[in-house]
Design a protein around this ligand. Structure first.
Ligand SMILES: Cc1cc2nc3c(=O)[nH]c(=O)nc-3n(C[C@H](O)[C@H](O)[C@H](O)COP(=O)(O)OP(=O)(O)OC[C@H]3O[C@@H](n4cnc5c(N)ncnc54)[C@H](O)[C@@H]3O)c2cc1C
Length: 429
């Protein structure tokens, strides 16, 4: 059987990050990617938080094909008939070094694949890994079509559903309750139009999230990220909620309904849809993170459950790149010792535990459970928007004192036992 130092299954950000780290140190590394090119099949919202990973491969980020630095954050709470938008225009975010950038995966992943190849790594596209090869419980390589290829160590970066790794018994089968599904379009618009619509200076970007009636009470939300000459627009809904409540509407139609909302139409008017995609997102949190390593293998990125939906921040790409980096460091050390057993690779989990990856996921441990509450997507957006609407309403009745409008609204919608209990629960997140 042909053999290389390391095989990487999947050429997304996690796999390519690992490959870059290994190829840079001269290892013979082979990335096998089923898509026509890296990024062809990959979906994100998307905004990459660069701050956590800026010191990982620092030489890369100056030339990375980012779209726009995010300097404006908008969250729209959609009630029935009234929306409230909170908008943060931050000088801090507008000043370099920027904490986050919008990205297009078709560009970013291809570029990273090029960097891997420049370092001497192999990125083989249009090839699907069909099976992980095991011998006495140790992963010894992969099968792709008729080819068996062996490796000292295999890094599994196959993305969110982890079909190969669960089939091989390295992690559990994916469960709907731990996942959401996202539908997304890329809509082309001239840069000047994007800047006008989101009040941006030349080259700056915005992240605009939507919660409430957009998902008809189901867990999830809508998003718009501004790219250079397009916007990424989409909707994410919890799979279990879709199964339970989705009969109200075919899930994929939610995106069309979102685009047809009178609040959204002016934002996308004149745009041309150039790409459509749908993809699963892992939302199980740290409690469901599988065993991250074993004899001859490491799990990275989404395959390892490293993503986090904290309602106003969505992360996965920074975790993917960081986990790829720590996997590469682990393999390099294991190689020096000549030990690719589970014990020899255990350092990987320790590195993730002492990095922001598992620390941030640990901090967010209660979030998956807390955001299960449907009132976050019904009662609260409606109550806030109702209150704001009352504050801004004049006539035909004589005006009430502002304080009694506010106190009346708060008393009606927020001063009750349910809200109090929910607020107490919120302290955990
Ligand atoms: C709608 C949506 C919105 C999101 N928004 C954000 C956001 O704004 N910010 C953020 O940081 N994260 C976001 N995420 C999460 C983020 O996109 C993921 O965490 C990230 O892409 C994980 O990278 P990965 O390399 O682990 O997996 P992927 O990018 O999925 O890469 C896996 C790769 O493996 C390949 N592959 C799979 N099986 C095989 C096989 N058998 N053989 C060969 N190749 C195979 C696939 O083709 C793919 O290229 C979002 C996700 C979705 C779906």
């Amino acid at each position: 059987m042909e053999k290389v130092d390391c095989i990487i299954v999947g050429g997304g950000l996690a796999g390519l990050s690992a490959a870059y780290g290994l190829a840079s140190e001269g290892l013979e590394v082979m990335v096998i990617e089923r898509g026509d090119y890296s990024g062809a099949k990959n979906v994100t919202g998307g905004r990459l938080y660069l701050s956590p990973i800026r010191d990982i491969y620092p030489e890369l980020w100056e030339s990375a094909p980012f779209e726009r630095p995010v300097v404006r954050e908008l969250v729209t709470l959609m009630g029935d008939g009234a929306d409230t938008t909170i908008e943060l225009a931050s000088q801090k975010f507008a000043t370099p070094p920027h904490q986050s950038y919008t990205v297009l995966r078709a560009r970013l992943d291809q570029w990273l694949a090029d960097q891997v190849m420049e370092k001497g790594g192999m990125v083989i596209t249009k090839n699907r890994v069909d099976e992980l090869l095991l011998e006495n419980g140790k992963v010894i390589g992969i099968r792709a079509g008729e080819d068996d290829i062996g490796a000292d160590v295999t890094i599994i970066a196959e993305g969110v559903l982890g079909l190969l790794s669960s089939k091989a018994g390295l992690r559990s089968e994916p469960r709907p309750e731990d996942h959401a599904v996202g539908f997304k379009e890329i809509v082309e618009l001239p840069p000047a139009v994007i800047q006008d619509r989101w009040h941006l200076n030349d080259g700056e970007g915005a992240a605009h999230l939507f919660m409430g009636s957009v998902t008809r009470g189901m867990l999830g939300g809508g998003f718009i990220y501004t790219n250079k000459d397009s916007i990424s627009l989409g909707i994410v809904v919890g799979m279990e909620h879709l199964r339970r409540d989705g009969e109200k509407m075919d899930s994929w139609k939610l995106l069309d309904a979102f685009k047809e909302m009178p609040q959204i139409q002016p934002l996308i008017a004149g745009g041309t849809t150039v790409e459509y995609s749908a993809h699963a997102i892992y939302e199980g949190g740290i409690a469901k993170v599988p065993k991250l390593y074993g004899d001859g293998y490491l799990l990275v990125g989404d395959t390892a459950g490293l993503s986090l939906n904290a309602l106003v921040t969505v992360r996965g790409m920074d975790f993917a790149i960081a986990s790829g980096y720590y996997a590469a460091r682990t393999v390099l050390d294991a190689r020096q010792r000549g030990d690719f057993s589970a014990a020899g690779l255990a350092q990987y989990e320790q590195s993730l535990r002492s990095s922001f990856v598992l620390k941030d996921l640990e901090t967010a441990r209660e979030i998956p459970h807390t955001i299960e509450n449907p009132r976050l997507f019904t009662h609260y957006p409606q109550a806030v928007s109702r209150l704001m609407q009352d504050v801004f309403t004049i006539g035909p009745q004589p005006a009430k004192k502002l304080s009694s409008v506010v106190i009346g609204g708060v008393r009606k919608d927020f001063l009750n036992l349910t809200t109090f209990k929910e607020l107490l629960g919120m302290r955990k997140i």
